[in-house]
Design a protein around this ligand. Structure first.
Ligand SMILES: [Zn+2]
Length: 447
C-alpha cells in the first residue's frame, strides 16, 4: 500500500466534471500526489519534463481512465446480503425482506459482514459512502471499525426508529435508548480517523419515528455538528401513512421541517413525490438530496423529477440504496439515473436526456456538494484530497484486443463505456487521500 506521505505520479486519461453540464478530459494526463493531496494536475509529458526522473515514482497502468472517487450518498450496511430479493413495493418489502435481515445484524453476523461490505465499496470504486447501520449500537460500532480498516471515507449512523421497530426493547424505553446510544456513537466516531469517519443521526422515516425522536435527533445533530440522514417521499403508500400519522403537517417535508431535521448537513433519500412547496423548502434549508434511481426502479417507487430539483438549486447526489438498489456499483446507478430521465421523456416531451457526463457529475462533485465536501473532494484540482479511481478502458470495449482504438475515444465516450459496461471488473485501483485501498488482483498480469 502507498503510505499517506509518499509522493507519486499517476498517468492516464484524466476525466472530471467540475459543474453540472461541464466536462474536462485530458487524454495523456497525469496527477502528482503528495501527502494525500493532489499536488499537480497536467499533461504527462509536461510533468515528466518538469520533475527529475528519480524524484517521482510514476504509476503507469496503460490505457486507463482516472476519475474522482465515486460517492454513494445513501445505502444500508445491514441489507447487502439480501439484494435483489422481493417483488413488492416499499412498505411490504421492508416488512417481508428488510426488517428480518436488519434484526439479525448484530454480534457475529455484523462482524462477519461489515468488513466485506466496505471491501466491496472499495472494489466498486466508491471512495465516500453515507450509510445506515441497524438499530443496534454494536452494528454501528462494528460498521465504523470496518470502515476505518478499509480506508473508505464513511458517514454512518445507527438506524433510529421507535414506532413499529424490529428490536426487543420495551416500547416505553425505545425512544431514550435510541437517543442515548446514537449520542454515544457520535461522541466516539464523529470526525475520527482525521475526519475520514463522521456520524449521521439517522431517523429512518416519518412512518417509524415519533416526533419526539425526530426532534431529539435534530437537536443532537446540531449540538455535535453531525449529519442527519432520512428518507423522504419515496412511495405513494408511504405518503398516505405519513399523512395519517401527522395530520397537522402541511405535507411530508413539513413533518421534518417542524422537527428541525432540515439543515445544510441533512441528506434526504429519494424525494420522488414532492410538491413545489416542498422543493422550495428543501432548497431554502440547503439540505441535500440522495437520488437512488436503481432502487426507485426496483421497488417501482416512481421517477425522480431531477430537472425540478436542480432548477430549484438543490444539491443532488446519487445513492445505491442497497438493498432496494440491487448493487453497490455506482456506474450502474448512473445508468439508472439516465434511464429514469429517458422514461420520463416519453410522457414529458420538453425534457432533455441526462448526459453521461452529467450523471458522472452527480456521482462525484454533486455528491461532494450534498455532503458539504466540495472543497475537499469530487474533482481534480491541485490542493484537493486525492480520492480517485483507475479504470481499465480496454477491458470495457466490445473487443478488448482492439485496445489500439482507445486513443480515438473522447472523454464522453469513456464515461459512457464506464456507465454502460463498467464496474468492479474494470476498476484497477481505488485511492482515498492518496492511499491505495483497493487493487485488482490481476494487476500484475497487465501490460
Ligand atoms: Zn434507503
Amino acid at each position: 500500500m502507498q503510505s499517506d506521505n509518499s509522493r507519486f505520479g499517476l498517468r492516464g486519461f484524466l476525466i472530471d466534471a467540475p459543474e453540472f453540464g461541464a466536462l474536462r478530459g485530458r487524454p495523456n494526463g497525469a496527477l502528482i500526489i503528495q501527502n494525500g493531496r493532489i499536488a499537480e494536475v497536467g499533461d504527462y509529458d509536461d510533468l515528466r519534463r518538469l520533475h527529475p526522473p528519480n524524484s517521482i515514482q510514476w504509476i503507469n497502468r496503460g490505457t486507463v481512465a482516472i476519475f474522482p472517487g465515486l460517492i454513494d450518498c445513501h445505502t444500508h450496511l445491514p441489507q447487502y446480503s439480501v439484494v435483489a430479493r422481493g417483488e413488492s413495493e416499499l412498505l411490504p418489502w421492508l416488512r417481508q425482506h428488510i426488517f428480518p435481515i436488519e434484526r439479525e445484524f448484530t454480534g457475529p453476523r455484523a462482524r462477519e459482514e461489515a468488513p466485506q461490505f466496505f471491501h466491496e465499496l472499495a472494489r466498486n470504486g466508491t471512495t465516500t459512502v453515507m450509510a445506515y447501520a441497524a438499530i443496534y449500537e454494536d452494528s454501528c460500532d462494528i460498521g465504523f471499525e470496518a470502515a476505518r480498516r478499509s480506508g473508505v471515507r464513511t458517514i454512518l449512523g445507527k438506524m433510529m426508529m421507535d414506532l413499529a421497530s424490529y428490536g426487543q426493547i420495551q416500547p416505553k424505553k425505545i425512544l431514550s435508548v435510541s437517543l442515548v446510544e446514537s449520542e454515544r456513537l457520535c461522541r466516539k466516531w464523529h470526525k475520527a480517523e482525521n475526519g475520514l469517519l463522521e456520524y449521521a443521526f439517522s431517523p429512518r422515516f416519518a412512518v417509524t419515528c415519533s416526533e419526539k425522536l425526530m426532534r431529539g435527533a435534530g437537536e443532537l445533530a446540531a449540538r455535535f455538528g453531525a449529519y442527519i440522514q432520512t428518507h423522504l417521499a419515496e412511495n405513494r403508500e408511504e405518503l398516505e401513512k405519513v399523512h395519517h400519522l401527522h395530520m397537522t403537517a402541511r405535507d411530508y417535508t413539513d413533518v421534518y421541517e417542524k422537527c428541525g431535521l432540515l439543515t445544510p448537513r441533512t441528506v434526504l433519500g429519494h424525494c420522488i413525490h414532492l410538491n413545489p412547496r416542498e422543493i422550495a423548502t428543501i432548497a431554502a434549508a440547503r439540505s441535500g438530496v440522495a437520488h437512488c434511481p436503481s432502487s426507485n426502479l426496483f421497488l417501482g417507487s416512481g421517477l425522480m423529477k431531477l430537472d425540478q430539483l436542480l432548477k430549484a438549486g438543490i444539491n443532488v447526489g446519487l445513492g445505491s440504496d442497497v438493498a432496494a438498489g440491487p448493487e453497490l456499483n455506482m456506474w450502474r446507478v448512473m445508468r439508472a439515473a439516465i434511464e429514469v430521465q429517458k422514461a420520463r421523456m416519453a410522457y414529458e416531451p420538453n425534457l432533455r436526456p441526462l448526459r453521461p457526463s452529467e450523471a458522472l457529475y452527480l456521482a462525484t462533485r454533486g455528491g461532494a456538494c450534498v455532503l458539504g465536501k466540495s472543497a475537499a473532494i469530487g474533482t481534480f484540482h491541485a490542493g484537493k484530497e486525492a480520492d480517485l479511481i483507475v479504470m481499465d478502458i480496454a477491458s470495457m470495449l466490445p473487443y478488448p484486443q482492439n485496445r489500439n482504438w482507445t486513443p480515438s475515444l473522447t472523454a464522453e465516450d469513456v464515461i459512457a463505456l464506464c456507465i454502460y459496461r463498467g464496474g468492479p471488473d474494470a476498476n484497477l485501483e481505488t485511492y482515498v487521500r492518496g492511499r491505495r485501498i483497493y487493487q485488482a488482483p490481476n494487476l500484475q498480469n497487465l501490460p
